[in-house]
Design a protein around this ligand. Sequence first.
Ligand code: ATP
Length: 223
Amino acid sequence: MLRCPRTRRGPGWAEVAEPPVGDRIVGIFGGTFDPPHIGHLVAAQDVVEALGLDELRLVVAARPPHKEPVVAGSADARLRMVRAAIEGDGRLTASRIELDRPGASYTVDTLRAIRSTAPDLDLRLVVGADQLAAFDSWKEPEEVARLARLTVMDREGQRVSSRSAGGLDVTYDTVAVTRIDVSSTLVRRRVAEGRSVRYLVPHAVRHIIEEEGLYAQRAPRTG
Ligand code: ATP
Protein backbone atom coordinates (compact mmCIF):
# COMPACT_ATOMS: atom_id res chain seq x y z
CA MET A 1 0.00 0.00 0.00
CA LEU A 2 1.48 3.30 -1.07
CA ARG A 3 0.25 6.81 -0.82
CA CYS A 4 -1.14 7.83 -4.13
CA PRO A 5 0.54 11.05 -5.34
CA ARG A 6 -2.83 12.31 -6.54
CA THR A 7 -4.18 12.37 -3.02
CA ARG A 8 -2.25 15.60 -2.65
CA ARG A 9 -5.29 17.18 -4.27
CA GLY A 10 -7.40 16.13 -1.30
CA PRO A 11 -6.82 15.76 2.42
CA GLY A 12 -4.22 13.20 1.46
CA TRP A 13 -4.71 10.74 4.28
CA ALA A 14 -6.39 7.93 2.35
CA GLU A 15 -4.21 4.91 1.74
CA VAL A 16 -4.73 3.96 -1.88
CA ALA A 17 -2.91 1.76 -4.34
CA GLU A 18 -0.50 3.64 -6.54
CA PRO A 19 -1.99 3.82 -10.03
CA PRO A 20 0.09 3.57 -13.18
CA VAL A 21 1.24 7.05 -14.17
CA GLY A 22 -1.12 8.78 -16.57
CA ASP A 23 -4.26 6.81 -15.75
CA ARG A 24 -7.33 8.71 -14.75
CA ILE A 25 -8.74 7.74 -11.37
CA VAL A 26 -12.47 7.28 -11.77
CA GLY A 27 -14.86 6.38 -8.98
CA ILE A 28 -18.06 4.46 -9.54
CA PHE A 29 -20.82 5.28 -7.07
CA GLY A 30 -23.93 3.23 -7.69
CA GLY A 31 -27.30 3.81 -6.16
CA THR A 32 -31.01 3.92 -6.64
CA PHE A 33 -31.00 7.68 -6.10
CA ASP A 34 -34.73 7.67 -5.51
CA PRO A 35 -34.25 10.60 -5.03
CA PRO A 36 -30.63 11.82 -4.73
CA HIS A 37 -30.15 13.76 -1.48
CA ILE A 38 -27.50 15.76 0.34
CA GLY A 39 -26.15 12.64 2.07
CA HIS A 40 -25.19 11.22 -1.33
CA LEU A 41 -23.65 14.49 -2.49
CA VAL A 42 -21.60 15.27 0.59
CA ALA A 43 -20.32 11.68 0.71
CA ALA A 44 -19.46 11.88 -3.00
CA GLN A 45 -17.50 15.06 -2.41
CA ASP A 46 -15.64 13.55 0.54
CA VAL A 47 -14.64 10.55 -1.60
CA VAL A 48 -13.49 12.71 -4.51
CA GLU A 49 -11.28 14.75 -2.19
CA ALA A 50 -9.89 11.85 -0.17
CA LEU A 51 -8.94 9.71 -3.19
CA GLY A 52 -8.05 12.61 -5.48
CA LEU A 53 -10.47 11.33 -8.10
CA ASP A 54 -10.51 12.83 -11.55
CA GLU A 55 -14.17 11.92 -11.82
CA LEU A 56 -16.86 10.26 -9.74
CA ARG A 57 -19.66 8.64 -11.75
CA LEU A 58 -23.02 8.37 -10.10
CA VAL A 59 -24.43 5.23 -11.71
CA VAL A 60 -28.21 5.11 -11.57
CA ALA A 61 -29.35 1.54 -10.92
CA ALA A 62 -32.15 0.18 -13.05
CA ARG A 63 -33.11 -2.82 -10.97
CA PRO A 64 -30.85 -3.09 -7.96
CA PRO A 65 -30.53 -6.78 -7.12
CA HIS A 66 -29.78 -6.06 -3.44
CA LYS A 67 -32.81 -3.90 -2.84
CA GLU A 68 -36.53 -4.40 -3.07
CA PRO A 69 -37.51 -4.50 -6.72
CA VAL A 70 -40.05 -1.70 -6.37
CA VAL A 71 -38.75 1.85 -6.49
CA ALA A 72 -40.96 4.90 -6.43
CA GLY A 73 -39.33 6.99 -9.13
CA SER A 74 -38.95 5.88 -12.76
CA ALA A 75 -35.40 5.30 -13.96
CA ASP A 76 -35.79 8.30 -16.24
CA ALA A 77 -36.88 10.57 -13.38
CA ARG A 78 -34.09 9.33 -11.12
CA LEU A 79 -31.48 9.99 -13.81
CA ARG A 80 -32.83 13.47 -14.41
CA MET A 81 -32.76 14.19 -10.67
CA VAL A 82 -29.14 13.04 -10.41
CA ARG A 83 -28.19 15.23 -13.36
CA ALA A 84 -29.97 18.17 -11.78
CA ALA A 85 -28.33 17.52 -8.41
CA ILE A 86 -24.77 17.62 -9.77
CA GLU A 87 -25.18 20.30 -12.42
CA GLY A 88 -22.22 22.68 -12.41
CA ASP A 89 -19.96 20.31 -10.45
CA GLY A 90 -17.19 19.23 -12.80
CA ARG A 91 -16.08 16.44 -10.47
CA LEU A 92 -19.31 14.46 -10.64
CA THR A 93 -21.01 12.86 -13.64
CA ALA A 94 -24.25 10.90 -14.04
CA SER A 95 -24.18 7.54 -15.80
CA ARG A 96 -27.09 5.74 -17.43
CA ILE A 97 -25.02 2.68 -18.28
CA GLU A 98 -27.24 0.36 -16.20
CA LEU A 99 -30.42 1.82 -17.66
CA ASP A 100 -29.39 0.94 -21.19
CA ARG A 101 -28.89 -2.73 -20.32
CA PRO A 102 -31.88 -5.04 -20.04
CA GLY A 103 -32.42 -7.16 -16.95
CA ALA A 104 -30.99 -6.85 -13.47
CA SER A 105 -28.07 -4.49 -12.98
CA TYR A 106 -25.09 -6.32 -11.60
CA THR A 107 -22.03 -4.32 -10.67
CA VAL A 108 -19.69 -6.86 -12.27
CA ASP A 109 -21.40 -6.34 -15.65
CA THR A 110 -21.22 -2.56 -15.28
CA LEU A 111 -17.52 -2.66 -14.46
CA ARG A 112 -16.81 -5.01 -17.37
CA ALA A 113 -18.68 -2.67 -19.72
CA ILE A 114 -16.70 0.33 -18.51
CA ARG A 115 -13.40 -1.56 -18.78
CA SER A 116 -14.22 -2.75 -22.29
CA THR A 117 -14.33 0.82 -23.58
CA ALA A 118 -11.70 2.34 -21.27
CA PRO A 119 -9.27 -0.40 -20.18
CA ASP A 120 -6.69 2.02 -18.75
CA LEU A 121 -8.90 3.72 -16.19
CA ASP A 122 -7.93 3.29 -12.55
CA LEU A 123 -11.40 2.34 -11.33
CA ARG A 124 -12.54 2.66 -7.73
CA LEU A 125 -15.85 1.15 -6.72
CA VAL A 126 -17.40 3.21 -3.94
CA VAL A 127 -19.74 1.33 -1.61
CA GLY A 128 -21.38 1.93 1.74
CA ALA A 129 -20.38 -0.14 4.76
CA ASP A 130 -23.81 -1.77 4.55
CA GLN A 131 -23.08 -2.91 1.00
CA LEU A 132 -19.69 -4.29 1.97
CA ALA A 133 -21.29 -6.44 4.65
CA ALA A 134 -23.30 -8.21 1.94
CA PHE A 135 -20.44 -8.27 -0.56
CA ASP A 136 -20.18 -12.07 -0.63
CA SER A 137 -23.76 -12.24 -1.94
CA TRP A 138 -22.94 -10.11 -4.98
CA LYS A 139 -22.54 -11.68 -8.38
CA GLU A 140 -18.86 -12.63 -8.84
CA PRO A 141 -17.52 -10.57 -5.91
CA GLU A 142 -13.86 -11.49 -6.49
CA GLU A 143 -14.15 -10.39 -10.10
CA VAL A 144 -15.73 -7.12 -8.96
CA ALA A 145 -12.75 -6.53 -6.68
CA ARG A 146 -10.36 -7.39 -9.52
CA LEU A 147 -11.99 -4.98 -11.95
CA ALA A 148 -12.10 -2.06 -9.53
CA ARG A 149 -10.45 -1.37 -6.22
CA LEU A 150 -13.05 -1.15 -3.50
CA THR A 151 -13.52 2.01 -1.48
CA VAL A 152 -15.78 1.79 1.53
CA MET A 153 -17.50 4.89 2.84
CA ASP A 154 -17.20 4.87 6.58
CA ARG A 155 -19.93 6.87 8.24
CA GLU A 156 -19.60 7.35 11.96
CA GLY A 157 -21.50 4.48 13.56
CA GLN A 158 -20.90 2.32 10.49
CA ARG A 159 -17.41 1.20 11.36
CA VAL A 160 -15.89 -0.95 8.67
CA SER A 161 -14.04 -4.14 9.44
CA SER A 162 -12.51 -6.71 7.15
CA ARG A 163 -14.69 -9.39 8.74
CA SER A 164 -17.76 -7.64 7.39
CA ALA A 165 -16.64 -8.26 3.81
CA GLY A 166 -18.41 -11.59 4.05
CA GLY A 167 -15.29 -13.62 4.76
CA LEU A 168 -13.85 -12.87 1.34
CA ASP A 169 -10.21 -11.97 1.02
CA VAL A 170 -10.90 -8.56 -0.42
CA THR A 171 -8.69 -5.52 -0.02
CA TYR A 172 -10.33 -2.16 0.21
CA ASP A 173 -9.69 1.46 1.11
CA THR A 174 -11.76 3.27 3.66
CA VAL A 175 -12.81 6.88 3.40
CA ALA A 176 -14.40 8.67 6.32
CA VAL A 177 -17.42 10.56 5.03
CA THR A 178 -19.45 13.21 6.78
CA ARG A 179 -22.33 11.70 8.62
CA ILE A 180 -25.63 13.12 7.46
CA ASP A 181 -28.61 11.09 8.56
CA VAL A 182 -30.81 11.52 5.52
CA SER A 183 -32.01 8.73 3.26
CA SER A 184 -34.12 8.55 0.13
CA THR A 185 -36.69 6.68 2.20
CA LEU A 186 -36.93 9.67 4.54
CA VAL A 187 -37.34 12.08 1.62
CA ARG A 188 -40.07 9.96 0.00
CA ARG A 189 -41.89 9.58 3.29
CA ARG A 190 -41.84 13.33 3.96
CA VAL A 191 -43.20 14.09 0.50
CA ALA A 192 -45.92 11.48 0.94
CA GLU A 193 -46.86 13.11 4.25
CA GLY A 194 -47.03 16.54 2.64
CA ARG A 195 -43.96 17.78 4.51
CA SER A 196 -41.17 19.87 2.99
CA VAL A 197 -37.91 18.35 1.75
CA ARG A 198 -36.22 21.72 1.41
CA TYR A 199 -32.54 21.46 2.52
CA LEU A 200 -32.66 17.66 2.37
CA VAL A 201 -32.31 17.62 -1.41
CA PRO A 202 -30.82 20.22 -3.78
CA HIS A 203 -33.24 22.87 -4.94
CA ALA A 204 -33.28 21.50 -8.51
CA VAL A 205 -34.24 18.04 -7.25
CA ARG A 206 -37.03 19.45 -5.12
CA HIS A 207 -38.25 21.30 -8.18
CA ILE A 208 -38.51 18.06 -10.20
CA ILE A 209 -40.24 16.25 -7.33
CA GLU A 210 -42.82 19.01 -7.06
CA GLU A 211 -43.30 19.60 -10.78
CA GLU A 212 -43.81 15.92 -11.51
CA GLY A 213 -45.70 15.05 -8.35
CA LEU A 214 -43.19 12.35 -7.45
CA TYR A 215 -43.69 10.43 -4.19
CA ALA A 216 -46.85 12.41 -3.54
CA GLN A 217 -48.93 9.33 -2.87
CA ARG A 218 -48.20 6.84 -0.15
CA ALA A 219 -44.53 5.84 -0.46
CA PRO A 220 -44.31 2.28 -1.78
CA ARG A 221 -41.20 1.60 0.31
CA THR A 222 -41.04 2.60 3.90
CA GLY A 223 -37.98 0.68 5.05
P1 ATP B 1 -33.17 4.20 0.36
O1 ATP B 1 -33.54 5.01 1.56
O2 ATP B 1 -34.19 4.21 -0.73
O3 ATP B 1 -32.72 2.80 0.74
P2 ATP B 1 -30.56 5.52 0.21
O4 ATP B 1 -30.77 6.86 0.80
O5 ATP B 1 -29.84 4.50 1.07
O6 ATP B 1 -31.93 4.91 -0.34
P3 ATP B 1 -29.22 4.69 -2.21
O7 ATP B 1 -29.44 5.31 -3.54
O8 ATP B 1 -29.76 3.34 -2.00
O9 ATP B 1 -29.79 5.74 -1.13
O10 ATP B 1 -27.70 4.75 -1.79
C1 ATP B 1 -26.65 4.66 -2.68
C2 ATP B 1 -25.36 4.73 -1.90
O11 ATP B 1 -25.34 5.93 -1.11
C3 ATP B 1 -25.16 3.59 -0.89
O12 ATP B 1 -23.80 3.21 -0.96
C4 ATP B 1 -25.43 4.20 0.46
O13 ATP B 1 -24.64 3.60 1.48
C5 ATP B 1 -25.01 5.65 0.23
N1 ATP B 1 -25.74 6.58 1.07
C6 ATP B 1 -27.06 6.69 1.21
N2 ATP B 1 -27.39 7.64 2.08
C7 ATP B 1 -26.22 8.17 2.52
C8 ATP B 1 -25.87 9.20 3.49
N3 ATP B 1 -26.80 9.88 4.16
N4 ATP B 1 -24.57 9.46 3.68
C9 ATP B 1 -23.61 8.75 3.01
N5 ATP B 1 -23.87 7.78 2.12
C10 ATP B 1 -25.15 7.48 1.87
